[in-house]
Design a binder for this molecule. Structure first.
Ligand code: PGA
Length: 259
C-alpha cells in the first residue's frame, strides 16, 4: 500500500486523476470501477477536463459502479445512476452499453447480483477500482462485519450511513435502507485499487483502516491485504496517521527512484 498525502481536496483529486488517466492510457480496453459520494467529484471533474482538453478517451472504457440504493430508479435524482451520468458519463465519450451500475429496481435481487458478478468477469475483471470510505469504515456499502470474502448482494445500511447520506435527501426518512453493493471480495479482485478520502471527519477512520488491524468491522482495512492499493488523502484526512511523515518520505523516495 502506498499512501499519498496532498495539501487539499483539489490536489488530492488531481493526483487521483493523474493516476486513473495514466492507467487508462496503458490498455486499449480498460475496465474501470467507479464510486459515488462527495469524495470522487473532484476526480471526475478533472477526468472530464482531461477528456475535453487532452483527448482522454473513454470509447474503449467499460465501467462498473460499486453500488446503488435499492428501491431507486435510475432517473431518481439521488440514485447513483443519475449521479454518474450527471457528474461523469454525459460529459465524456463513453458508450452507454459499456456502463454498468447495479439495478436498484431489480425484482430478483439474488439473480441480479449473480449476473453483475458475471458481467465483471466477462469484461475481464476490473483493472482499477476507485473507492471512497464511509465514516463507519465501509468500502462500497460493505457495512461493519460484512464478510471480507463477500460478493455483490443486498445490504442493510447502518444508521451512521443513513445519517451521513441524509444531506442529499429532503429528509432522513427518504434515505433508502438497503443497497445493492459489490462485496469486499469483489472489490478485492480488482487488479488495482485507489482509495480517496478528504476532510478531518474521515481522519479517524482512515487511520484505523490503514494502520489498525484488518477487521470486518472496518471493511476498508481489507485493502491492507490487497496487492496494489494506493490511498490518496488530503492533509486533513491524514491528520490521525501515526506514520504520516514516513508516508511522505516514501512518496518522495519513489519519485526520486523513478526520475
Ligand atoms: P463520501 O462517501 O464520499 O460522500 O464521504 C464515502 C462513502 O460512503 O463511501
Amino acid at each position: 500500500m502506498q499512501v499519498l498525502i496532498r495539501a487539499n481536496y483539489d490536489e488530492m483529486s488531481k493526483e487521483a486523476a493523474g493516476y486513473v488517466s495514466s492507467e487508462m492510457r496503458k490498455k486499449v480496453k480498460f475496465v474501470l470501477g467507479l464510486a459515488t459520494g462527495s469524495t470522487p467529484l473532484g476526480l471526475y471533474k478533472e477526468l472530464i477536463r482531461m477528456h475535453k482538453e487532452e483527448g482522454l478517451d473513454f470509447s474503449n472504457v467499460t465501467t462498473f459502479n460499486l453500488d446503488e440504493y435499492y428501491g431507486l430508479s435510475p432517473t431518481h435524482e439521488q440514485s447513483y445512476s443519475y449521479f454518474m451520468w450527471e457528474n461523469l458519463f454525459k460529459h465524456v465519450n463513453i458508450k452507454k452499453e459499456n456502463v454498468h451500475i447495479p439495478d436498484g429496481l431489480a425484482k430478483d435481487v439474488d439473480k441480479f447480483c449473480e449476473e453483475y458478478e458475471h458481467m465483471i468477469e466477462e469484461a475481464g475483471g476490473i483493472d482499477l477500482q476507485v473507492l471512497g470510505i464511509g465514516s463507519d469504515g465501509h468500502i462500497a456499502f460493505n457495512e461493519p462485519i460484512s464478510s471480507l470474502g463477500s460478493r455483490t448482494r443486498l445490504k442493510t445500511l447502518t444508521e451512521e450511513t443513513i445519517k451521513d447520506n441524509a444531506r442529499f435527501f429532503k429528509d432522513e426518512s427518504e434515505v433508502p435502507r438497503y443497497a445493492i453493493t459489490m462485496g469486499v471480495g469483489t472489490v478485492f479482485e480488482a487488479r488495482k485499487t485507489v482509495l480517496l478520502a478528504s476532510g478531518a471527519k474521515k481522519a479517524e477512520v482512515v487511520a484505523k483502516a490503514i494502520e489498525g488491524s484488518v477487521t470486518a468491522s472496518i471493511t476498508a482495512s481489507a485493502l491492507q491485504l490487497h496487492r496494489d492499493t494506493i490511498v490518496v488523502l488530503d492533509e486533513e484526512a491524514a491528520g490521525k496517521l501515526k506514520r504520516k511523515e514516513y508516508y511522505k518520505y516514501v512518496d518522495k523516495m519513489v519519485k526520486e527512484f523513478n526520475k
